[in-house]
Design a protein around this ligand. Structure first.
Ligand SMILES: N[C@@H](CCC(=O)N[C@@H](CS)C(=O)NCC(=O)O)C(=O)O
Length: 167
């Protein structure tokens, strides 16, 4: 999702190949990411780029416009720091426009509807600012195009719960 949103933001055309992560992984995935054997992998000019945040950085450098990271080195460092640290807390307070931190964080939010169903809580009530940020991002065309239907994510979680014997 991170890689796809970044490509959408840049207006780059791409071909997406899905992997059956519960079944047999393709030869292409195994040869492109032989160490971790995980998605996503971005294939560009015959070379493989692995690890989602590295893929997003690569996309930002390979297609510089519009930039996903601020031009000021300090602001860039903060965006990279927030990616791993307080993504949910302060990201939107600091960064006014949609960019790197949002792309890293918003796919995680696609799980929240499912968490609400099982956790008896509402993100909107517990974290109103986070919830407002989530809604704004979800309404963005590039995000809406990529993020799956939240009820499908919920169904997936139900399936996983059954598979791992939580029900
Ligand atoms: N830190 C990695 C995590 C990648 C990852 O966990 N990918 C999962 C799907 S979301 C995967 O390929 N799982 C298959 C497996 O672990 O065998 C990233 O952000 O790219």
């Amino acid at each position: 999702m991170r890689a796809k949103i970044a490509l959408e933001e840049k207006g780059v055309e791409y071909e997406a190949r899905e992997e059956d992560l519960l079944g047999t992984k393709s030869e292409l995935l195994l040869s492109s990411n032989p160490i971790y054997k995980k998605v996503p992998v971005l294939l560009h000019n015959g070379k493989a780029v692995c690890e989602s945040s590295i893929v997003v950085s690569y996309i930002d450098e390979a297609w510089p416009s519009p930039p996903l990271l601020p031009s000021c080195p300090y602001e860039r460092s903060q965006a990279r720091y927030l990616k791993g640290e307080t993504v949910y807390g302060g990201a939107k307070e600091r960064h006014k426009s949609f960019g790197f931190v949002d792309i890293i964080a918003i796919p995680l939010a696609s799980w929240f509807y499912a968490y609400e169903q099982f956790g008896s809580f509402k993100v909107e009530e517990e974290c109103p600012k986070f919830s407002a940020w989530m809604k704004r991002c979800m309404e963005r065309e590039t995000v809406a195009k990529v993020i799956p239907d939240l009820t499908k994510v919920y169904e997936f979680v139900c399936m996983m719960r059954k598979m791992y014997g939580f029900e």
